[in-house]
Ligand binder design. Structure first.
Ligand code: 13P
Length: 253
């Protein structure tokens, strides 16, 4: 058994209304009842966080947001701060590749958001991952290492205990083409883990969780999660179906 507690987080992306979110959580709950050995997180759109909080209170499902701004308050029309989220959820996804590609996020903004989240008491799930082009050019290790370092500048070892890394190769997201278990584990174990150990010391760096994301399904989850340094998954499409999300949670047991 791994020393790190596995985590399975569902990134719902821009899907589900408030009522649909309620129904999805109600359908997941009985299927994962009594599972305490896996940290189970659902990350619905911001407007569904309230209903997600209500539906999961007193259960083993935790809630995360998908994004936030780094400032505490002010003239940032349309944005939401960590202080607003902390009353609704425990986790926040930061720097997802869709936000980097479509909404101009960079390692610098990711780093600001990581700090703001930690300061407010939220646990960031910080996403890193190379594009297909970078992968084919043999740049995976350099790109991923740069993203990990850039996103974690000035994070202390104490704070790092509350940070989760998600390795999500961009070419594997929503394509049905997951990384191979060995390939993903190679990035976790030989690229990300050594950087975490260097930055935060062997103990903290060894205890931080590194999730894999990108076309995780009920069919491939168990093999992915059996790898030495894959500590669970950040699941997109398959987290929108209660049966497949529950099966993926169970694959992490
Ligand atoms: P898919 O599981 O749909 O490939 O999405 C992965 C992802 O982006 C999770 O954050």
């Amino acid at each position: 058994m791994k020393s790190r507690k596995p985590m399975v987080a569902g990134n719902w992306k821009m899907n589900k209304t408030i009522y649909e979110a309620r129904d999805l959580i109600r359908a997941i709950l009985p299927q994962v009842e009594n599972i305490e050995a896996v940290d189970i997180v659902v990350c619905p759109p911001h407007v569904c966080l309230g209903v997600a909080k209500r539906e999961t209170e007193g259960t083993n499902i935790m809630v995360g947001a998908q994004n936030m701004h780094w400032e505490a308050s002010g003239a940032y029309t349309g944005e939401i701060s960590a202080g607003m989220l902390v009353d609704l959820c425990q986790y926040v996804i930061i720097g997802h590749s869709e936000r980097r590609a479509m909404f101009g996020e960079t390692d610098a903004t990711v780093n600001k958001k990581v700090h703001a989240a930690l300061k407010a008491g939220l646990k960031p799930i910080m996403c890193v991952g190379e594009t297909l082009e970078e992968n084919q050019a043999g740049q995976t290790a350099a790109v991923v290492e740069g993203m990990v370092r850039g996103g974690l500048i000035d994070v202390t070892p104490e704070q790092a205990q509350n940070v989760i890394i998600a390795y999500e190769p961009v070419w594997a997201i929503g394509t049905g083409l997951a990384a191979t278990p060995e390939g993903a584990n190679g990035v976790h174990k030989d690229v990300i883990r050594p950087v975490l150990r260097e930055l935060f010391g062997p103990e903290v760096g060894g205890a931080m969780r590194i999730l894999y994301g990108g076309s995780v399904t009920a069919a491939n989850a168990a093999e992915l999660f059996s790898q030495s340094d894959i500590d669970g998954g950040l699941v997109g499409g398959a987290s929108l179906k209660p049966d497949s999300f529950a099966a993926i949670v169970k694959a992490a047991l």
